[in-house]
Write a protein that binds this ligand. Structure first.
Ligand code: GLN
Length: 490
């Protein structure tokens, strides 16, 4: 058996038991990358030198009988909007093409303290704005299940490397679905933690009240382990929650007896692909058969999430991206005659079309005269959505909905209409609006062989319940065992 096809938990154990060396594991994963990456294009930067240096140190520690951590020697990939000291962090933008941070994000420190080896930085939509990874300045990442289709986005690279077995796990960021939707499109597990559970220090900001870092993994167990490592209070992030540390591995029990699963029938109406709906109905049956109680609930305001999201997210983005002015860091235009021209040309040349669209929209909704009509209203609707979920959770433990209304689409399919692309987020955005945890788990395939994801949502900081239901669902299905062929499909 090839090492690269093991799960994170399995490979970590083999390293610890000295059945393989860390160098063997690294050699194997980089040779897998050499073979598959030319087809998938999921990495922006590979970090072999650093990785081998770390491997040697970790192996020495292990050979000396020291503890190398729960992720000891395991190769992990990182979305390219998470700062890595001394390693380029580009946000897949020309604006940050040559940006090398001088510090590590807190999640990177935590991963490395647990023994992980960072093997590369993954492709994404520019500044995490998109649902297909097509807005990257560098390249288009292909879906390992069909190379003519998108991997989803914005963390498309991080989903594709786990799906194509070019990393044992990865980190992504999720502002409106960017972990869960690509996880669903690529048939891997993608977890967006509760807002505040994982530090955002060192995550390049898109929409600060919505952004959250989380893991991609091949199994729920591996995702739980990753969450265990990266979660926890951080004084460098003022929105970081100061709560007692939980042990998420305790949640890995295959038992849903007595758990109440909420099904928001008023939210899952038209617009959903027939085969996705069938997979969803089947998932309901699976959990019912495993002993869960299925309960219809209402989420009447969830349908307004998307409209609200595209006001709040763009407003925050327009402010966050104000810092890219050609003065402080990042791209600077070559040729300008005064300060205003420096700003204008730098931003015109440095940002892609989608980023500009968002900055313009965000600036508009925040401008005096429109602020009350759009931004303030959107904040009010956001409160209604929060209340809506609170009420729903009075009568159920976990909510289940599909992750996305469709499966992966062909490159360019939504080029003509950004709005169509935005609709792909309908089932993921409400979760960010309410700051809740959500997980996408492999839930089937359509007739083209493209993956379908099932999403579970829990109360804030109730990741344990979330993981338990997701784990039980996974243990009662076999979709996560299917491996992509990494070739062109229909
Ligand atoms: N697709 C959504 C957007 O374009 C979400 C992006 C994200 O979660 N980063 O804004």
């Amino acid at each position: 058996m090839d090492l690269y096809s093991l799960t994170l938990t399995e490979v970590a154990k083999k390293i610890k038991n000295k059945e393989v060396t860390i160098k063997d594991v690294l050699d194997d994963i980089y040779s897998r990358i050499g073979e598959v990456e030319p087809k998938v294009d999921a990495y922006i930067t590979l970090t072999q030198n650093k990785a081998y240096e770390r491997a040697e140190k970790l192996q020495q520690k292990l050979d000396n009988g020291e503890d190398i951590g729960v992720l000891g020697g395991v190769p992990i990939a990182i979305k390219d909007n998470i700062c890595t000291n001394g390693v380029k962090t580009t946000c897949a933008s020309k604006m940050l093409e040559n940006h090398t941070p001088i510090y590590d994000a807190t999640v990177i420190k935590k991963l490395e303290d647990a023994g992980a080896i960072i093997i590369g930085k993954t492709n994404m939509d520019e500044f995490a704005m998109g649902s297909s990874t097509e807005t990257s300045y560098f390249k288009k990442t292909k879906n390992p299940w069909d190379l003519t289709r998108v991997p989803g986005g914005s963390s498309g690279g991080s989903a594709a490397v786990v799906s194509a077995q070019m990393a044992y796990a990865s980190l992504g960021s999720d502002t409106g679905g960017s972990i869960r939707q690509p996880a669903s499109y690529c048939s891997v597990v993608g977890l967006k933690p509760t807002y505040g559970l994982v530090s955002r220090f060192g995550l390049i900001a898109f929409a600060s009240s919505l952004d959250q870092i989380g893991p991609f993994a091949r199994t729920v167990e591996d995702a739980a382990l990753m969450l265990d490592v990266i979660s926890g209070h951080d004084k460098m992030d003022t929105t970081s929650a100061n709560l007692e540390k939980q042990n998420y591995l305790e949640a890995l029990v295959n038992d849903v007896k007595g758990k109440v699963i909420g099904i928001p029938t008023d939210f899952i109406t038209d617009g959903i692909n027939k085969e996705v709906k069938e997979a969803y109905d089947k998932a309901i049956e699976t959990l019912k058969a495993a002993g869960a109680e299925i309960k219809e609930i209402t989420l009447e305001y969830a349908k307004y999430s998307l409209a609200t999201y595209y006001i709040i997210a763009t407003a925050e983005a327009s402010s966050n991206l104000g810092r890219y002015d050609g003065i402080r860091y990042g791209y600077r235009t070559q040729d300008f005659s005064d300060l205003e021209e420096l700003y204008r040309k730098t931003r015109t040349e440095g940002f892609g079309a989608e980023v500009k669209r968002r900055i313009m929209l965000g600036t508009y909704v925040l401008s005096s005269g429109y602020y009350d009509a759009y931004y303030k209203r959107a904040q009010q609707v956001r409160t209604l959505i929060v209340e809506n979920f609170k009420k729903a959770f009075e009568s159920c433990d976990v909510i289940m909905i599909p992750t996305a209304p469709n499966t992966s689409f062909k490159f360019g399919a939504h080029n003509a209409s950004p709005l169509e692309m935005y609709l792909e987020d309908i089932y993921t955005v409400p979760v960010n609006m309410a700051g809740l945890p959500g997980i996408s788990v492999p839930g089937g395939f359509d007739s083209n062989g493209m993956p379908i994801g099932i999403q579970f949502i829990a109360k804030a900081f109730d990741e344990k319940n979330l993981l338990q239901v997701a784990y039980a669902f996974e243990q009662n299905t076999t979709y996560h065992k299917e491996i992509p062929k990494i070739e062109e499909g229909k």
